[in-house]
Unconditional design. Structure first.
Length: 211
């Protein structure tokens, strides 16, 4: 019985890790993002999209568990009633704007979000690791600090999460699709509302180099 238990344990370890060796990686991605603030829901969908850049450095410790330090940022768009980060322009509203929409102006500000994430490779966890696998899905969660530049400048803790989809194209290079979100404080955009927090959601496409 003890021998069978040891054999089963070894088979389980082999299933998860195979011949996996810990690897470092650097990733870069570009795409689009939207900010979800107090008044942004009154804007058109396209009017809220702004460019996004992701940069990360991390390490896969096993075929299932990894960690990374990541940067998300550039700028976000929205609407403001108190003039925070206002461009002075009148926004294009949705078909059914709420009362008070006539007092809004467009908003735009630069920001950065620095965070540490824990990654779990769900593909390897459930199906086992194979060196020649070309597809991996890795959900992740993390904590960080976000900062909005300009006047007013604000800093907030950020709660981060998302899904990293990777396609192996060579021994060292992956193509990535990263769908990520960050929850920040209510007044991150310079305007306090009746919310527990505000958020950013983005999707980027890029590449990773593994070494």
């Amino acid at each position: 019985m003890a021998q069978n238990a040891n054999e089963n344990e070894n088979e389980s370890k082999q299933h998860l890790s195979g011949d996996f060796e810990p690897t470092w990686f650097v990733s870069l991605g570009i795409g689009g993002q939207q900010y979800y603030g107090d008044h942004n829901k009154q804007l058109s969908f396209g009017g809220r999209i702004s460019p996004a850049v992701d940069l990360s450095v991390g390490r896969w410790f096993t075929s299932v568990v990894g960690a990374r330090l990541a940067y998300n940022g550039i700028s976000v768009k929205g609407a403001t009633m108190n003039g925070s980060h206002s461009t002075g322009q009148t926004p294009s509203f949705n078909d059914h704007p709420d009362d008070g929409a006539q007092y809004l102006t467009k908003q735009k500000f630069n920001y950065m979000n620095l965070h540490a994430d824990l990654l779990i490779n769900a593909t390897n966890l459930f199906f086992g690791y194979e060196e020649d696998d070309t597809f991996n899905l890795s959900p992740y969660v993390g904590l960080g600090v976000a900062h909005a530049f300009g006047t007013p400048s604000t800093t907030s803790l950020s709660l981060n999460g998302g899904f990293l989809i990777s396609f192996k194209v060579s021994e060292a290079v992956d193509i990535n699709v990263d769908a990520h979100g960050a929850l920040v404080g209510d007044k991150f955009d310079g305007e306090r509302g009746e919310r527990r927090g505000e958020g950013v959601f983005g999707i980027t496409i890029g590449a990773s180099y593994r070494f």
